[in-house]
Design a protein around this ligand. Structure first.
Ligand code: FDA
Ligand code: NAD
Length: 432
């Protein structure tokens, strides 16, 4: 029978942001037991999603739940089933929400049940992986994307069977770089295929990319990039993938792989809100400095939120990163609880870890970049825009250096590029 349940606070989604929303609701000055409900399509409680492309794949033994439930990455309790129960937070797992009425703050699930929020509805549906669904052969067995826990388990099992065998990673961004590194550590023979001239093109300068690419090449990874586009996935005759056809300058070629990982970006899960009259921008839902959407009592957090980035003059920005998922969830909960928090003031932060390398970036990668050092022992790149240092990248920064990076990204100190270029050889000052 269909059921209706009513809570003061409802969280739609059970990912990184939802886990941190639960943490904030459960805090001493949070919401009373019994007043919060979380509804998630995933079969598992919220966890630190970044683990899926890191320790989940290659650590020995590999990380598995309940080891990395939120909020372990943010220094909080490990929120397992007993935790949710003890905090009086209701959780509906394996529950797909198929309709949302934002005016009524009401969710309808695939089974026809409804969940209504009386005070606040927090939308935290995150992103889905882009699947290259229109590329011929996209349905073949052995083609993976990586977003949720179940994807991770399938990918791990697939890579396990590929030790000594060929694997193709399509995409040169975060998933591409991290999964390629994991596949190498699982003894696969890895080729990366992506169209740009170097890895992580959204962030890395060519000289930064060159250093990481040399680490990949040293591990035997082959790069097929620079204009090469994935045109088709090839069938081995039994419905399983046996490789990828690609094209450059109208010339076709093929690369073998009995497993293919597609990491070509993510798309915000906002389909449910399309007809609801919410303001949208940047592919997400527009929110204010409290993460409130244009509908009363409805908040959006994490990957789907297009929020005013104060450090960038209030420009509406989406951030598909975990630090923002954590902080925006805490902000929305504070606002939902009537605490009137100061406007959200996020500092863009990106990081990754591959092959024992570990980089961090704070701020904006715009303007002109100046690089100091050569990875031996380390390297720092600073981006200068409008006479100010606006972004800073470092490989393997210490805690002390990380603090300097954070301070610099917040303060945006004035830097005279001409003076700097006199100090640093000009080959290292590359116009972007
Ligand atoms: P998230 O995707 O975590 O959660 C969304 C939730 O909503 C999911 O549980 C989903 O099932 C649920 N949902 C969606 N639609 C639904 C519906 N209709 N009904 C019910 N439930 C629904 N970031 C970073 O800063 N550093 C890193 O190292 C990494 N590494 C990394 C690795 C991998 C493999 C991925 C996929 C992503 C990262 N990220 C990252 C990005 C980071 O994980 C991401 O920004 C956060 O998970 C965003 O949190 P959200 O809660 O917004 O979405
Ligand atoms: P991404 O945007 O980082 O990288 C996408 C890459 O796909 C591009 O760099 C490009 O090389 C490639 N690409 C695009 N279209 C292509 C095509 N048609 N054929 C071949 N290559 C193509 O996205 P992602 O790596 O898929 O990551 C997905 C999500 O997961 C993002 O939200 C990301 O922030 C998140 N994530 C973050 C981290 C991290 O922060 N360390 C790690 C893993 C995943």
């Amino acid at each position: 029978a269909m059921a209706t349940s009513t809570f003061k606070y409802v969280v739609l989604g059970g990912g990184n942001a939802a886990g941190y929303a639960a943490r904030a609701f459960a805090a001493e000055d949070g919401a009373p037991p019994g007043s919060v409900c979380m509804v998630s399509r995933e079969e598992v409680l919220p966890y630190e999603r970044p683990a899926l492309s890191k320790a989940f794949l290659f650590a020995d033994p590999p990380a598995r739940l309940p080891g990395f439930h939120t909020s372990v990455g943010g220094g909080g309790d490990r929120q397992d089933a007993a935790w949710y129960e003890s905090k009086g937070i209701a959780v509906k797992l394996g529950t797909e929400v198929t309709a949302v009425d934002v005016a009524a703050k009401k969710l309808t699930t695939a089974t026809g049940d409804t969940v209504v929020a009386t005070d606040a509805l927090i939308l935290a549906t995150g992103c889905e992986a882009i699947k290259l669904a229109r590329t011929p052969g996209a349905d073949l067995k052995g083609i993976h994307t990586l977003r949720e826990y179940a994807d991770g388990l399938e990918l791990y099992d697939g890579l396990k069977t590929c030790a000594g065998k060929k694997v193709v990673v399509v995409g040169g961004g975060y998933i591409g770089m991290e999964v390629a590194a994991a596949a190498v550590l699982m003894n696969c023979d890895v080729t990366m295929l992506f169209p740009e001239s170097s890895v992580m093109p959204r962030l890395f300068t060519p000289e930064i990319a060159a250093h990481y690419e040399s680490a990949y090449k040293a591990k035997g990874v082959k790069l097929l990039n620079d204009g090469r586009l994935c045109e088709a996935f090839l069938d081995d005759g039994s419905g399983a993938v046996k490789g990828v056809m690609f094209c450059k300058d109208h010339v076709k070629d093929e690369v073998d792989g009995q497993l293919v990982v597609v990491g070509v970006g993510a798309r915000p899960n906002v389909g449910l809100f399309k007809e609801q009259g919410l303001k949208t921008a940047e592919g997400g839902l527009v929110v204010d400095g409290s993460m409130a959407t244009s509908a009363a009592g409805v908040y959006a957090v994490g990957d789907i939120a297009a929020f005013p980035l104060l450090l960038d003059g209030g420009a509406l920005t989406r951030s598909e990163h975990v630090a923002h998922a954590r902080a925006s969830a805490a902000q929305a909960v504070a606002a939902a609880l009537g605490k009137c928090p100061a406007p959200y003031d996020y500092t863009p932060f990106f990081y990754s870890r591959v092959f024992g390398l570990s980089w961090k970036f704070y701020g904006f990668n715009r303007g002109t970049s100046v690089t100091v050092g050569d990875f031996a022992p380390t390297l720092a790149t600073v981006w200068i825009d409008g006479g100010k240092a606006v972004g800073v990248f470092m490989e393997s920064p210490s805690d002390e250096q990380t603090a300097v990076m954070q301070t610099m990204a917040r303060a945006q100190p004035a830097v005279e590029l001409g003076a700097l270029q006199k100090l640093v050889p000009s080959k290292d000052a590359a116009a972007l």
